[in-house]
Design a protein around this ligand. Structure first.
Ligand code: MN
Length: 247
């Protein structure tokens, strides 16, 4: 099996190292990943500046672009022809509408867009400290997740519960839930007295939604969500068509 790996945390991120070690037991691993942190770039593609690739280890290429750029170059320039794309392991959750901001998930969606079964994998912990402990757990789980990705023939979003709350209770097929941030913007001054702003904050709430990815992780289960790339709200199409014909 040929496995193509990327992430949005940069080619030196510990989560990518864990994923590469696990993937190497299943086949031939090639890595094309951003050269630095690109978390939150979603599905951005770089069109108005050139891209460069640099080999940092045999089979490991760093790209000065986004996860989407990495997969695009791997498939259409490097001609790697992978059987599967793996993106991650992201330190931090990609639950609910995080999926729309996530570079990790976008790496998998880009693979799926070109008909390669793809997995995005995130560890719902706030630090990378315990990333190495995921290795034996992923060893056990990855073949099953690959079967899911192949059968779905698309992108699958996997979220692993934090390890500090004890062993995982199992694994669940889920839908996207909601993850609500507290609209936090920090405003400060730089050393030259100019204002700057930092979006973020850790204050997040997750409404209780039966069957959702958020609920699964909250309850200690690994969450597995098959994703599509059609954002149309089909249930509203008829009503929109009606409104367009009203005088
Ligand atoms: Mn990230």
């Amino acid at each position: 099996m040929r496995l193509l790996l990327t992430n949005d945390d940069g080619i030196h991120a510990p989560g990518l190292g864990v994923l590469a070690r696990v993937a190497a037991k299943l086949g031939d691993v090639r890595v094309v990943a951003p050269d630095t942190e690109r978390s939150g770039v979603a599905h951005a593609i770089t069109l108005y500046k050139p891209l460069r690739l640099r080999e940092v280890l045999p089979g490991w290429l760093a790209c000065d672009g986004t996860p989407t750029d990495c997969i695009y170059l791997a498939l259409h320039h490097l001609d790697l022809r992978p059987d599967v794309v793996l993106s991650g392991v992201n330190p931090g959750p990609n639950l609910g509408h995080d999926v729309l901001y996530s570079g990790t998930v976008a790496g998998a969606l880009e693979g799926a867009h070109w008909k390669v079964p793809s997995l995005a994998i995130s560890h719902c912990a706030s630090s990378e400290e315990r990333m190495a402990e995921l290795e034996p757990l992923l060893d056990e789980m990855l073949p099953m997740l690959l079967r899911v990705a192949r059968s779905h023939a698309g992108a699958v979003n996997v979220n692993l519960p934090p390890l500090d709350r004890g062993p995982w209770r199992g694994i669940r097929a889920t839908c996207m839930g909601h993850r609500l941030y507290a609209n936090e913007v920090i405003a400060r001054s730089d050393p030259r007295g100019r204002a700057y702003y930092w979006i973020g904050g850790l204050n997040v709430t997750m409404p209780d939604i039966e069957g959702s990815d958020c609920n699964a992780v909250r309850d200690g289960y690994v969450s597995v969500t098959p994703l599509g790339d059609d954002l149309t709200r089909h249930s509203k199409l008829g009503r929109v068509a009606e409104l367009l014909t009203e005088p």
